[in-house]
Design a protein around this ligand. Structure first.
Ligand code: NPW
Ligand code: K
Length: 488
């Protein structure tokens, strides 16, 4: 699990460490790690052209010291000082000693010929979008040929929320220090940060326990264990699905299939799309009656394609009145937004899975702080909120949050939400992980499935169902190191 630490949490840990280390040690650690990543990206130092955009704070200091290291290895480094009178004095001296050139914001900056552009305008001390002329230089860097590398945080991005209020530096890579900040992996900040590289500067023991996390394949694999010799269809979790309708059985078919393919135990379906489900999934146990006719289940998935009429409302209320975990998706969200008391403070876990428009029906639009928004609704309803997006956010009522790392734009197509709901039902049915962890694991697996299903071209939702067993295998395999990266 990767902890996501806010700027204040990082600063508090830095303060403890600064008091115990010689002056400048932390910045040297940061600059050394930054220069090492730049060298890897450049492939060579000698003759490489590097332009560093340098603000007046310590973020600029990091860029200057890293520039000095690159210059000492033969790179042609130009530092563009945005506020020449306030540039980090020791960093500036080091760059000059190493043979780097220095110019003001109006001077010759080499941006249009640079092999690499370092963004040291502003880091965790920033407020709001970039000011001119930094905004102008950032736009030129993005349009130029150089690899763009943000120092700690892309300037203009809110390190805690990922909000961009105005202009921000568009980085292909971000080298961040001490801990990954939430703003690098969520919201608009995710798009500005590119690939995130974490440099250890020794903060670990001093960091407060993070309240937000990213799961890795290894974390998710722990919830996708193969069956053991004593397992049977009941011990692997029985999922109940209320979804779809006679006219639109598709959602029921996708949701049921996803639950079956995630953990092939037992799926019971109750509703008017029974014929469609029987035809597609003979493995499912189908009743055309009410949820109470379905037999014993361990978690319910309610909502995809079920409609919002009186009958659908009664079905949803019946499921929510049980003491079982319930996934509230799609049409069920519309009904829950009308009547929040249906879901508020149930004793068993409830997981709501809104996209932005569904979220707004609960009263307040998502806004730029997606983690904050999910936490607010989760606390208000006493439920887990899974807020869908490029980087899906999960929040529990106690504020524990997760940001998904495996999302792909290919998942933005009809029916993929029905598949996610089915995966989530399967992971909730065993009741082992806390519901927010199960929801985060479901989002992770859904993303991995999307990556797999779109490896050779665009996907449709039923491709996801077909690729689920492969994705489960991929996640398990990556976790033991036999396949691909860690998934973070
Ligand atoms: N502490 C440590 O030991 C370590 C810290 N480290 C590093 O320090 C960084 C934090 O440094 P920091 O606190 O000095 O603030 P920083 O991010 O440089 O910004 C302040 C400057 O930005 C300016 N500015 C603000 N908003 C702006 C905007 N929208 N657009 C343009 N400018 C804007 C603001 O201007 P002012 O408002 O004062 O006019 C001020 O000049 C951290 O991210 C990491 O890189 C590492 O070396 C590890 C050890
Ligand atoms: K920066």
């Amino acid at each position: 699990m990767i902890g996501l630490s806010t700027a204040a949490e990082v600063r508090a840990a830095e303060d403890v460490l600064l008091a115990r280390t010689r002056e400048g040690v932390l910045m040297q650690r940061a600059a050394t790690g930054l220069a090492a990543v730049c060298l890897r990206l450049l492939g060579r130092a000698h003759g490489a052209r590097v332009t560093a955009l340098v603000g007046a704070g310590n973020n600029g200091g990091d860029a200057l010291f890293a520039g000095a290291r690159l210059a000492a290895r033969g790179a042609r480094v130009t530092a563009v000082l945005l506020d020449p009178d306030r540039a980090h004095p020791a960093g500036l001296a080091a760059l000059r000693r190493a043979g780097g050139r220095v110019t003001g914001p109006e001077g010759p900056d080499g941006l249009d010929r640079a092999d690499l552009v370092l963004d040291g305008v502003v880091g965790t001390g920033g407020r709001g979008g970039l000011r001119p002329p930094a905004a102008h230089l950032a736009a030129r860097a993005a349009a130029g040929p150089g690899v763009t590398v943000a120092v700690d945080v892309p300037s203009g991005v809110d390190a805690d929320t990922g909000a961009v209020d105005g202009e921000a530096f568009a980085a292909l890579h971000t080298v961040t220090f001490g801990a990954v900040k939430p703003g690098l992996v969520v919201g608009d900040g995710r798009g500005c940060a590119g690939t995130v590289h974490l440099v250890d500067i020794g903060l670990g023991p001093h960091l407060a326990a993070p309240r937000a996390h990213q799961l890795t394949d290894a974390d998710v694999a722990a919830h996708l264990q193969p069956p053991e010799p004593g397992d049977d269809k009941y011990s692997r979790g029985v999922v109940g699905v209320v979804a779809g309708s006679a006219v639109y059985p598709g959602a029921a078919v996708l949701c049921t299939g996803a639950a079956l393919r995630t953990r092939p135990g037992l799926v019971r379906y109750a509703g008017t799309a029974g014929d469609g489900v029987r035809a597609a999934w003979p493995e499912a146990i189908v009743t055309d009656g009410r949820p109470s006719d379905a037999g014993r289940v361990q978690a319910w998935v309610a909502g995809p394609g079920m409609g919002t009429d009186d009958d659908a409302r009664a079905t949803l209320a019946e499921v929510l009145a049980t003491d079982l975990p319930v996934v509230v998706d799609a049409d069920a969200l519309t009904m829950a937004a009308r009547e929040p008391d249906l879901v508020r403070d149930r004793r068993a876990p409830t997981v709501l899975t809104p996209h932005d428009r569904e979220f707004a029906r609960f009263g307040v639009p998502v806004g730029a702080d997606r983690i904050g928004a999910a936490r607010r609704l989760a606390a208000e309803l006493g439920a887990v909120v899974l807020l869908k997006g490029d980087a899906t956010v999960v929040a529990g009522p106690d504020g524990t949050a997760f940001v998904n790392a495996t999302g792909t734009a290919e998942l933005a197509t009809a029916g993929t939400g029905d598949v996610l709901a089915g995966i989530l039902g399967a992971l909730l049915a065993t009741g082992t992980p806390p519901a927010e962890t199960a929801a985060a694991a479901a989002a992770h697996l859904h993303g991995r499935t999307g990556q797999l299903a779109s490896a050779r071209g665009p996907l449709v939702a039923s491709d996801l169902v077909r690729h689920l067993p492969g994705a489960v295998g991929l996640v398990r395999g990556s976790a033991t190191g036999s396949l691909r990266d860690s998934g973070a």
